[in-house]
Design a protein around this ligand. Structure first.
Ligand code: ADP
Ligand code: ADP
Ligand code: ZN
Ligand code: ZN
Length: 838
């Protein structure tokens, strides 16, 4: 057998990517293969880092260098040979945040179909010529509203936005929108020369003066006397003294709008955006299109309105056109027979694609929903749905935890979609933790036994049932449990945080109560309103009451994409006095550049640097702790400025990052690396995993404790210097959690978490539960949105939202201790929860 290719099998020999230990593996094609194992065991290194990377490499060799640039290329995998591998498509969870401006309609290409439909088969006002499909896109000159250029909003400045505090004088920077530092002073000095009063509170200045300073389009150039008082300036002007320089004035409005439109600096843009307000465009009323385009309708809707319907409603609207039952007058039928055929064709295609989306539980989304507001799981399912209709066959889809963000009831639909892909002749390689998905597999590859160095071996490869006999497998215990979970007593609430009149997304005037001093889980099918209630309204209301700035921070990236300020509807009616602090532990990246990493974020790098600065060599050379930071010039490698790698521009290929030739990726200069602490230099310490560092720093209590907590939340396999950009959302969330856990517990803190089990093996979930219980035992309150019934069963109180998604959800279906909610007839969560209760 050895060395021979089995029919219908993919054969891997000598896989050594990351922690893989020279792995040999044979897995079937045309099957659902699920890769299991604890976090960090090497599942992704096998499925993505080896199989997908190799498939992509082979494919890219066959395409033009130009096309190659369009791909995000994976590194060439460390593997001896792979045979029988079909071409691969990866559907991976987004790491970091998506930067492109896209919507549900564009990702699924349904928007294109609708534009075609409106162009060819829409109802035009009499006398209007047919429009091309592009005219229905706000991103083309043919379609965009001329007033707002297709943005739907117009950006302006107001006196209030530019002068937030009108009790200040100009000298005290009343005009906050003006540039900081020298440039701002210059503008003030020009006003002095022009005879304006810069020492009277803004609100007491004459309106004429205020208007001119803010809104003038004039840009007079006048002599400036830097450093002189207004009186001295007047004298100097009279004497015609030679000025310090000639200065040109710019009104505040002009400055803000010009800077916003023209600056290349993201931080400048962000700064001035703070002084702008946006309003719905008065011409298109936020619909982004020209009047002619909006005058064309289908089924009575203009194209913007139809894109705002939930997909389930859109499908209802399309169905009669697809099956030919829609009412069309005989006259119309006779006049435009070809239009009817076109309508039916497009409607059938749109409907078939919508049906897959509905089946995946996404019927509550709208086509105009922007993808950055979707959860990574929703986005992955959207992509999956698009693939199901793509009619590809003979490819392997490589998926990363497709059940993330899914209620167990939704997972059933997910499995159906995957079965459809398989039935059309494709293979599926899936990294998954959800037991429902693992049980559905044709073949399981269990990687482990532990994480990092302790993993990297294939413990089992075969049909699910055979895993029963593999003693080393951590997955086995959960797939084939031998005892019912122990019964537990729930904690009594120490009080109640009560919210009333909550209105947001699909919540309409909802009242909700969260018990204090206990662990609460919030459940419900995806789209039922859990995040709207918890991650949005609860966080914003409590944050506002505690004086945090929570909601205001705009996402990075294109400022114009920031969502319009949502009106906060709802209020806290009780319990606030028992909450002193709120901490949100979410999946947002901990940083967006490779300069932030696990060690810097958690603060443990500060300790490490102090240890290095306290060594004999460092003291003799007068190196302080700053010397050991790769963000500070004196200690880091000059060539790569502490990045460890440099970007290499290739003529016909995408630019690639290569290790810095000077420091070989170490990030520090040679002098700094000469300093060692227990025979390791600073770069070597950053290269250690948390597990290794935990042993290495066993004698340093503060460090040891911080590392201990990271291990407790299942992150022992991460390297200290692992850049923030390489971390998944779940890893980022657990790092935040660990950072919180290592702080002295103060009690009276409200912790808000959003699906903390994402990316966690059941064994890791158990450890996470222990940590959450510790937070509660220390007198804190934890509220977590969660789908993992193991966590729900371990909580003290459950708030079940639903019953359905979108407008079919948004109410509290059941609330109470897990055992009580599990008995609820109305709750879709109840049947799944019951299985986990003793
Ligand atoms: P899993 O998918 O099972 O959670 P991974 O395959 O992501 O595990 O990781 C396996 C090991 O490889 C871990 O020790 C991890 O830290 C390491 N690893 C993952 N990605 C990289 C990378 N880009 N560079 C170096 N090591 C990595
Ligand atoms: P869950 O957290 O239970 O999955 P959400 O609170 O995210 O549900 O969504 C509830 C409803 O609100 C859905 O219909 C969803 O499409 C809608 N929704 C959520 N976020 C937004 C948003 N940023 N913009 C518009 N609609 C949203
Ligand atoms: Zn407009
Ligand atoms: Zn370097």
């Amino acid at each position: 057998m050895k060395g021979r290719q089995l029919p219908g099998m993919v054969r891997v020999r000598g896989a050594r990517e990351h922690n893989l230990k020279n792995v040999d593996l044979d897995i079937p094609r045309d099957a659902l293969v699920v890769f299991t194992g604890v976090s960090g065991s090497g599942k992704s290194s096998l499925a993505f880092g080896t199989l997908y990377a190799e498939a992509q490499r082979r494919y890219l060799e066959s395409v033009s260098p130009y096309a190659r640039r369009l791909f995000h290329q994976m590194p060439v995998p460390q593997v001896d040979e792979i045979d029988g591998l079909p071409p691969a498509v990866a559907l991976q969870q987004q790491r970091g945040s998506p930067t492109t401006r896209s919507s549900v309609g564009s990702v699924t290409t349904l928007s294109n179909s609708l534009r075609m439909l409106y162009s060819r088969a829409g109802d035009y006002p009499s006398g209007q010529e047919l429009l091309y499909a592009e005219s229905f896109s706000p991103n083309t000159p043919e379609g965009a509203c001329p007033e707002c250029h297709g943005l739907g909003r117009v950006y302006e400045v107001t006196e209030r936005s530019m002068v937030p505090d009108d009790s200040l004088t100009i000298r005290e920077r009343a005009v906050a929108a003006w540039p900081p530092a020298w440039h701002g002073q210059n503008l003030r000095d020009i006003l002095v020369t022009l005879g304006y009063d810069v020492d009277t509170p803004w609100r007491d200045l004459p309106k004429k003066d205020r208007d001119w300073i803010l809104y003038t389009e004039e840009t007079p150039t006048v002599p400036v006397y830097a450093g002189l008082t207004p009186q001295e300036t007047r004298q100097a002007l009279r004497r015609k003294d030679p000025p310090s320089y000639q200065g040109t004035f710019t009104g505040a409005r002009k400055y803000v709008l010009q800077t916003f439109a023209n600056t290349e600096s993201a931080s400048m843009k962000k700064r001035v955006a703070r002084y702008m307000v946006s309003n719905e465009c008065p011409v298109c009323r936020g619909k982004r299109l020209r009047a002619e385009s909006l005058s064309v309708t289908f089924a009575g809707h203009d194209i913007t309105d139809i894109s705002r319907l939930p997909l389930a409603r859109l499908a209802q609207t399309m169905r009669p056109y697809a099956d030919g039952s829609a009412k069309v007058s005989a006259k119309e039928r006779a006049a435009h027979p070809e239009k009817l055929i076109v309508t039916q064709r497009i409607a059938q295609d749109v409907l078939a694609r919508l049906d897959v989306l509905l089946d995946l539980g996404l019927g509550y989304l709208t086509l105009d929903r922007s993808t950055p507001t979707l959860s990574p799981g929703e986005l992955q399912r959207l992509r999956l749905a698009t693939q199901v209709r793509s009619n590809l066959f003979g490819v392997v889809y490589v998926l990363d935890e497709p059940s993330a963000g899914l209620h167990p009831a939704d997972t059933v639909a997910l499995l159906r979609a995957m079965d459809r892909l398989k039935a059309s002749g494709n293979s599926l390689f899936v990294v998954e933790h959800a037991l429902d998905v693992i049980r559905h597999a044709d073949w399981i590859v269990d990687v482990g036994p532990a994480a990092g160095e302790g993993g990297g071996a294939v413990l089992y490869s075969g049909a699910p049932d055979g895993l029963r006999d593999v003693a080393a497998s951590q997955t086995r215990r959960y797939l084939f449990p031998d005892a019912a979970p122990p019964a537990r007593t729930v904690r009594e609430p120490a009080g109640w945080l009560k919210l009333a009149g909550i209105t947001r997304n699909n919540l309409h005037g909802l009242d909700a109560a969260f018990p204090l001093g206990v662990l609460t889980t919030v459940t419900g099918v995806s789209g039922s309103g859990k995040s709207s209630l918890v991650s949005q309204v609860l966080v914003e209301l409590v944050g506002r009451a505690l004086g945090h700035e929570v909601a205001a921070e705009p996402e990075e990236g294109d400022e114009l994409d920031r969502p319009a300020e949502l009106p906060l509807e709802g209020r806290i009616v009780a319990g606030l006095e028992q909450v002193r602090r709120m901490v949100r532990v979410d999946q947002k990246p901990i940083g967006r550049t490779p300069r932030s990493n696990l060690a810097t974020y958690t603060g443990l790098f500060d300790h490490v640097r102090k240890l290095f600065a306290a060594t004999k060599t460092a003291k003799a050379r007068r190196y302080d702790a700053g010397r050991f930071s790769f963000n500070v010039a004196k200690g880091r490698c000059d060539n790569c400025e502490g990045e460890g790698f440099v970007m290499v521009e290739l003529l016909f290929l995408p630019s690639v990052y290569a290790p810095c030739p000077v420091c070989a990726g170490a990030r520090y200069n040679a002098k700094t690396l000469e300093v060692t602490y227990r025979e390791r230099n600073i770069a070597e310490v950053l290269g250690m995993t948390v597990d290794a560092a935990w042993e290495f720093f066993a004698d340093e209590p503060a460090l040891h404790r911080a590392l201990d907590v990271l291990r407790e939340v299942g992150l022992g396999y991460l390297r200290l210097g692992q850049p923030a950009t390489e971390l998944s959302g779940g890893e980022a969330q657990r790092i935040k959690l660990a950072t919180e856990l290592q702080r002295a517990s103060r009690g009276d803190t409200l912790y808000v978490l959003d699906e903390p089990t994402t990316g966690l093996h059941p064994a890791d979930v158990e450890r996470l539960i222990v940590q959450l219980q510790k937070l509660v035992d220390a007198g804190n309150t934890v509220v977590a949105v969660e789908h993992d019934m193991r966590v729900v069963a371990a909580s003290d109180w459950v708030v079940d939202i639903g019953p359905g998604a979108g407008e079919e959800g948004g109410t509290v279906v059941a609330a109470g201790p897990p055992a009580q909610v599990a008995r609820s007839k109305a709750s879709r969560t109840a049947p799944y929860l019951r299985r986990f209760l003793g």
